[in-house]
Design a protein around this ligand. Structure first.
Ligand SMILES: [Cu+2]
Ligand SMILES: [Zn+2]
Length: 188
């Protein structure tokens, strides 16, 4: 929940349109109103890329005090670690996953691990699939947002063939893209 501290319209001529509202939320970010209202939950349904059709699952992002709770439950992976990122574009038209672009990085930081300072906003670390190919992930993140400059709405989740090493620039050397989906607004 945001407690708006300030709401103003810079230009009187624009005062008739709700889209001119500027709200400084208690997360310190200036949030434009992109028509999403105050989004508190987002969801991404994962599909397999070409050749990886067995990959499926769901990723959710839920606003909580102190950050965004990121939860994933993915099946159809090979056992072991798989790079798990938010990529810049919610474009899943390319069946190899490449149309999603690179890691979401609004602050032009270096690639890193999820607990690193100054990482890409999209750097969520790795999923770890068990011997049946199922990966369950749950952690709080204080870089991703559901509004404002760090908003992940309309961007993509990409799951990779290999582990993210948190070091190689700018990708983490996580290999090909085996699963992807677009992050959308979810019912609260
Ligand atoms: Cu990635
Ligand atoms: Zn990255």
């Amino acid at each position: 929940m945001k407690a708006p501290l300030l709401s103003l319209c810079a230009l009187p001529l624009l005062a008739l349109t709700p889209s001119c509202a500027v709200v400084i939320g208690n997360d310190g970010y200036v949030d434009g109103d992109f028509g999403h209202g105050d989004v508190e939950r987002a969801v991404c349904v994962i599909s397999g890329t070409a050749g990886n059709e067995g990959v499926s699952g769901t990723v959710t992002f839920t606003e909580r005090a102190g950050g965004i709770l990121v939860e994933a439950d993915i099946s159809g992976l090979t056992p072991g670690l798989h790079g798990f990122h938010i990529h810049e574009f919610g474009d899943v038209s390319g069946l190899d996953g490449k149309s999603a672009g690179g890691h979401f990085n609004p602050d032009e930081e270096k690639h890193g691990g999820p607990e690193d300072r100054g990482r890409h906003v999209g750097d969520l670390g790795n999923l770890e699939a068990d011997s049946t190919g199922r990966a369950v992930y749950s952690r709080f993140d204080d870089d991703v947002r559901l509004g404002g400059r760090h908003s992940i709405i309309g961007r993509a989740i990409v799951i990779h063939a290999d582990a993210d090493d948190f070091t190689t620039q700018p990708t983490g050397n996580a290999g090909g893209r085996v699963g992807f989906g677009v992050i959308g607004v979810a019912k609260d």
